[in-house]
Design a protein around this ligand. Structure first.
Ligand SMILES: NC(=O)c1ccc[n+]([C@@H]2O[C@H](COP(=O)([O-])OP(=O)(O)OC[C@H]3O[C@@H](n4cnc5c(N)ncnc54)[C@H](OP(=O)(O)O)[C@@H]3O)[C@@H](O)[C@H]2O)c1
Length: 275
């Protein structure tokens, strides 16, 4: 991965941090996207120490804020002439319904709209850097979920795991529609289930607030599919597919819902190219 620039969101903890270590170990220039400078700097040092690579950068953005995402994208475009891999990894599961600074339900904002907006803002640079890849970390819990297009903000009903599963289904459908739009561009898109290490996020999923108990080895195991999708040669023919254990798995595929989701997401993020 020498010379390859790889962005990892939510790289200061859990699977994202392990993914950053794995990519740095393979020679990539890693760009961590984190919301806390303190947590980001601490993790950056750990990633440098574990990987032995100094090519680890930190950019700050709260992915719940569309202004922050736009500023982040501009900083990335200014600082990196090429971008080869974007890993949309950050996610949250608030136990109670809350709103982003943009007035959007927080899981919808961070887990789906942030990847959607950041990816679109970086798309021209990814195309210019082709071959390039967009990898979005979903979850096996997307199976069985449905997208409530008439209540996307979960105003009528909020249960943290149901809304989480819906946003993870959005990750899969976003990837399928992105792949369709990117055909022939040299940029490919993949989604994945990483496994179930004990992290802050999985504690929230289980209904309590706590730090995860996963060892770093557990996190590295959970990072393997993201690392595989970022580094494996010859997977371009699998554009749009969903992976677990570094293999294609069956998953949601609903082209009409994926196109509708794209259009609604473009409206909610103020993108004009949503057609
Ligand atoms: N762990 C599992 O069992 C499991 C299973 C299936 C799928 N996944 C998926 O794996 C991915 C990583 O999850 P994880 O388990 O590693 O979770 P984690 O340990 O809780 O890490 C989540 C990361 O996302 C960041 N983040 C959250 N909100 C953010 C925001 N508004 N702006 C910027 N960064 C933000 C967090 O930063 P802070 O430290 O600042 O909060 C943290 O770095 C997620 O997409 C998740 O859905 C996890």
């Amino acid at each position: 991965m020498d010379g390859k620039v790889c962005i990892v969101t939510g790289a200061n903890a859990g699977i994202g941090k392990a993914t950053a270590v794995g990519l740095a170990q393979r020679g990539a220039t890693v760009v961590m996207v984190c919301r806390s400078e303190e947590r980001g700097q601490t993790a950056r040092q750990e990633i440098i120490d574990r990987s032995g690579s100094q090519a680890v950068h930190l950019l700050l953005a709260d992915l719940a804020s569309q202004d922050d995402i736009r500023q982040l994208a501009q900083s990335l475009l200014d600082q990196f002439a090429q971008i080869h891999v974007l890993i949309n990894n950050a996610a949250i599961i608030p136990l109670r319904r809350s709103l982003s600074v943009d007035g959007l339900e927080l899981q919808l904002a961070v887990n789906h709209l942030a990847p959607f907006l950041l990816t679109n803002l970086l798309l021209d640079r990814l195309k210019a850097s082709a071959p390039a890849r967009v990898i979005t970390v979903s979850s096996g819990v997307h199976r069985g979920a449905t997208i409530n297009f008439d209540d996307l903000q979960s105003e009528r009903r909020y249960h943290h795991t149901d809304v989480y599963a819906m946003t993870k289904l959005m990750n899969v459908l976003f990837t399928r529609e992105l792949a369709r739009r990117l055909q022939g561009s040299g940029v490919t898109a993949y989604s994945l289930h990483p496994g179930v290490p004990s992290t802050r996020l999985s504690a929230h999923y289980a209904g309590y607030v706590g730090e995860g108990r996963a060892s770093f080895a557990d996190l590295m195991r959970a990072a393997q599919t993201s690392i595989y999708l970022a580094t494996a040669p010859d997977i371009e023919n699998l554009n749009g597919e969903y992976f677990a254990n570094s293999r294609v798995q069956s998953s949601a595929s609903d082209p009409a819902a994926a196109q509708k989701l794209w259009q609604v997401s473009a409206e909610l993020t103020g993108l004009t190219n949503g057609g």
